[in-house]
Design a binder for this molecule. Structure first.
Ligand code: NAI
Length: 305
């Protein structure tokens, strides 16, 4: 069973994707009880159309997550006008700490997927608060960045998105690192098909992609929800997918004591293993910058929360 904590836009849409792919029963938990119940009811009524016979429940009772195999945390605030980045950090860190306490109480053996932003920092907070082994606590961010990178490469080359393979690592934020030298179209390096300007264009579009949606409609929903379902499928079905997820580092890539997006194998034990790529000088420098931004945010939270 999968529990999603936070039945807002991303949480409820992720639930619907998970049901649609018939991955698992879903419990949706939110402090706004009517919202969680209403979303579940709405999905239950759609279930015959998507041929889903499992359980969909909405509640504000955290004990309903009992013995979930996977808990996904989408509870939290998005940045509001007048709210600083640090305010958002502190508010969401408090929410994450409180929900992780419930997770430890009711689903002590689960895999824990963080979505709440800033996701790398919240993954760190959840790792520390839960006391779980590091493989069990991971964050969703870079796979979404990677989907966006793939989409823009496909547009630039006018080829099917299916044939693009790529990776983005680092912070899920402005300092993300799209790995140009590892991106390919059916195995053909994109650097042989696109010139320098075109590569720069797709990288910049990728970096700005989340903000572009937020500027237009206030928040991102479909793409993150689809990615959450892909990750849930990888964990519940033990698929060992090679993906970039936010994970706690213990010396890998030269860093410790932070969570950041790196290529991992995602399977039934969460992060089954971390892959250490040999980065070119430019990517290495960009990754180090990304890590220092996350480290600063973690230090900020440690002062106050
Ligand atoms: P939303 O405002 O629609 O939903 C958030 C929900 O969390 C609300 O329904 C609220 O009642 C609930 N909530 C707040 N405190 C809670 C608590 N203590 N226990 C249970 N539920 C609680 O926001 P939306 O758009 O769904 O985004 C949720 C989070 O996901 C935000 O932090 C957003 O920035 C983040 N996000 C992360 C992405 C990623 O790639 N990692 C992509 C998109 C959003």
């Amino acid at each position: 069973m999968i529990t999603i904590i936070g039945a807002g836009k991303v949480g409820s849409s992720a639930a619907f994707n998970i049901l649609g792919r018939r991955i698992s029963d879903v419990v949706l938990i939110d402090i706004a009880e009517n919202l969680a119940r209403g979303e579940a009811l709405d999905m239950m009524q759609a279930a015959p159309a998507i041929e889903f016979d499992g359980k969909i429940e909405g509640t504000s009772d955290f004990s309903e997550m009992k013995d979930s195999e996977l808990v996904i945390v989408t509870a939290g605030l998005a940045r509001q006008p007048g709210m600083s980045r640090i305010d958002l950090l502190n508010k969401n860190a408090k929410i994450v700490k409180s929900v992780v306490k419930e997770v430890v109480k009711y689903a002590p053996d689960c895999m824990l997927m963080m979505v709440t932003n800033p996701v790398d920092v919240m993954t760190y907070v959840a790792y520390e608060e839960s006391g779980f082994r590091r493989n069990r606590v991971f964050g969703m961010g870079n796979i979404l960045d990677t989907l966006r990178f793939r989409s823009y490469i496909a547009l630039e080359l006018d080829v099917s998105r299916k044939d693009i393979r790529a990776l983005v690592i680092g912070e899920h934020g402005d300092s993300m690192v799209p790995l140009v030298n590892f991106a390919s179209v059916s195995g053909i390096p994109i650097t042989t098909l696109l010139d320098k300007e075109q590569v720069e264009k797709v990288v910049n579009l990728t970096r700005g992609s989340g903000s572009d949606v937020i500027k237009l409609k206030g928040s991102t929903v479909y793409a993150p929800a689809a990615v959450i379902a892909i990750m849930a499928d990888a964990v519940l079905r033990g698929r060992n997918r090679m993906m970039s997820v936010s994970t706690y580092l213990q010396g890998e890539y030269g860093f410790s004591d932070l969570s950041i997006g790196v290529p991992c194998v995602l399977g039934k034990n969460g992060v089954e293993r971390i892959l250490e790529l040999k980065l070119d000088a430019e990517a290495k420098k960009a990754f180090e910058k990304s890590a220092s931004i996350i480290k600063d945010a973690i230090a900020e939270i440690k002062k106050t929360v």
